[in-house]
Design a binder for this molecule. Structure first.
Ligand SMILES: Cc1cc2nc3c(=O)[nH]c(=O)nc-3n(C[C@H](O)[C@H](O)[C@H](O)COP(=O)(O)OP(=O)(O)OC[C@H]3O[C@@H](n4cnc5c(N)ncnc54)[C@H](O)[C@@H]3O)c2cc1C
Length: 483
């Protein structure tokens, strides 16, 4: 086990556990797949593949922009890791001054989620450096570096339902239980996707495909360049299956954790010693439900079925072992029970697109608004200004007909630490959706979408953009005709 040193350049530090030795697969020979004709199930302007935070935002934004949209998802719900992965702690949407910079689709969601489905500080406290408030919220995932932030926890079922209803209200053709298998590529451009379902293989043809699979399944299979290097000292590459314990009293747990530091340290040390893989709980949207988003396991590949299976097996065993230990030793957990392990495995990283632009570590100190800014991310710590997200980070270097959004956009491994977070995935999803709609309507490649038209449309959808980008987009432009 490696213990990672806490720094203010990382969102989260933690203990990281290495994978077991890689198992060599025997060579079982080859099977030649026969060619066959595949029925075309649907034709549309914009096809979004993957209904996680980024894909849901992309589909909703493209439809709002007037496109004819289809959204294909392998599971039975929307929200991806933010719902089915039980990643119900939505990271910071405010900057270190308390200004809301993750807006647009994210704001629509929070405006419509029922009040009892969201737990977090009230708007008046965002950015507060009040010592008592910061101390309270630092135990509840909503204050860092002494600053109260908007980083709430949510009820995953409510987010699933709301996400679904938003896309259906906008007449998106929603297709569940369907796994996109192969992109259809002609003359260097993606023209659609072949998917697998209980009906067998079917095809969807589209003007633009948005790859929101999180793992870059489509752009990789279509031949686009990508990278997969990792920052070992960051959790951004670890995997685990999250879980919830019900029947707990988190206020009592927090009293113990914050009020008895020596006993808490002893509790943690004993847990590590007894369980090896050990994790502490996070708060959820309710006092009687605890969230475990670890133990985080490193060295596994999210693209290897044996590794995915191994992470599931370890995580399910860890869940039961944690229940025994916490019931016996943790104040507030005496009556805990295993409520739910996540239906979706927690993959933080697989591939990252090589785009025509990127979010880079070298940008952090200056924080300049890039000319093709399509969103703004809060910085990892108060020592950096807000960070510009360029349109180029969604556009493959060569492949046409496809845009990427979410945790596999073009960025370096350091920037992936925060660009993979749910709020940033909503931002890049919304940008990809709007750009795809503009490209489809104008009959042009996504890379040819005029940046000023894109920025104007994003501003119109409530996205926060800055400086020259916002000003020039607000001014009338001849190119804005494609909007
Ligand atoms: C354990 C863990 C803890 C985390 N903690 C936080 C946190 O505290 N706060 C935070 O903000 N972020 C956190 N994150 C990061 C965040 O949850 C993800 O990076 C984010 O959800 C990514 O969104 P996405 O839309 O890019 O992909 P995903 O959420 O992975 O969604 C992708 C969707 O595409 C579908 N899909 C994939 N492939 C196909 C295919 N071939 N065909 C059809 N459908 C497909 C999947 O089923 C899924 O629904 C955490 C992540 C993990 C794993």
């Amino acid at each position: 086990m490696k213990t990672v040193v806490r720094t203010d350049e990382r969102i989260l530090s933690s203990d990281i556990f290495d994978r077991d030795k890689r198992i060599q697969r025997p060579d079982h020979g080859m099977w030649a797949e026969p060619g066959k004709n595949i029925p075309i199930y649907h034709r549309c302007g914009v096809l979004v593949v993957g209904g996680g935070p980024s894909g849901t935002a992309a589909a909703a934004a493209a439809a709002k922009q007037g496109a004819d949209v289809a959204l294909l998802e392998r599971y039975n719900h929307l929200g991806g890791l933010s719902t089915g992965g039980l990643v119900i702690w939505i990271d910071r949407m405010t900057d270190w001054e308390g200004q809301l910079v993750i807006r647009g689709f994210a704001e629509e969601l929070f405006d419509r989620l029922p009040a009892d489905a969201v737990a977090g500080p009230s708007r008046g406290d965002w950015g507060s450096q009040d010592v008592a408030k910061a101390a309270h919220w630092s135990q509840r995932t909503a204050a860092y570096h002494g600053v109260v932030t908007w980083s709430p926890t949510i009820d995953p079922e409510r987010l699933k339902l709301l996400s679904q209803e938003i896309v259906l209200e906008r007449k998106v053709k929603l297709i569940y239980h369907s796994w996109a298998a192969v992109p259809i590529v002609q003359d260097g451009a993606v023209k659609g996707v072949v998917f697998e379902s209980k009906e067998g293989r079917l095809a969807i043809m589209a003007d633009v495909v948005v790859d929101a699979t999180g793992d870059g399944d489509l752009f990789a299979r279509a031949g686009a360049a990508y990278v997969n290097d990792i920052e070992e000292a960051d959790v951004h590459h670890c995997m685990n299956t999250s879980w919830l314990f019900g029947g707990v009293d988190m206020d009592r747990w927090i009293e113990f954790k914050a009020g008895q530091p020596e006993q808490f340290a002893a509790f943690m040390a004993r847990g590590r010693e007894q369980l090896g893989l050990f994790e502490r709980p996070f708060v959820s949207w309710r006092n009687d439900i605890a969230l475990f988003m670890g133990p985080r396991q490193s060295g596994y590949s999210a693209l290897d079925v044996d590794d995915l299976t191994a992470v599931e097996v370890r995580s399910h065993r860890a869940m039961a072992a944690h229940l025994d230990y916490f019931r016996t030793h943790a104040p507030g957990f005496e009556g805990a029970y295993m409520m739910l392990s996540a239906p979706q495995i927690g993959v933080r990283h697989a591939r990252r697109l090589s785009g025509v632009g990127s979010v880079l570590r070298s940008q952090w100190p200056e924080g300049r608004a890039l000319a093709d800014e399509v969103g703004v991310s809060p910085a990892v710590s108060p020592k950096f200004p807000n960070i510009s997200i360029p349109y180029g980070a969604l556009v493959p270097q060569q492949l046409d007909g496809l845009l990427a959004c979410g945790r596999h956009i073009s960025c370096d491994r350091n920037s992936h630490g925060f660009m993979r977070e749910i709020p940033q995935c909503w931002i890049t999803g919304q940008a990809a959706g709007v750009a795809a709609a503009l490209a489809s309507r104008a009959g042009i490649a996504p890379r040819a979408v005029p940046v000023d038209a894109l920025q104007a449309a994003l501003l119109n959808q409530g996205v926060y953009l800055r400086g020259a980008a916002a000003e020039s987009a607000a001014a009338p432009s001849p190119q804005a005709a494609v909007a």
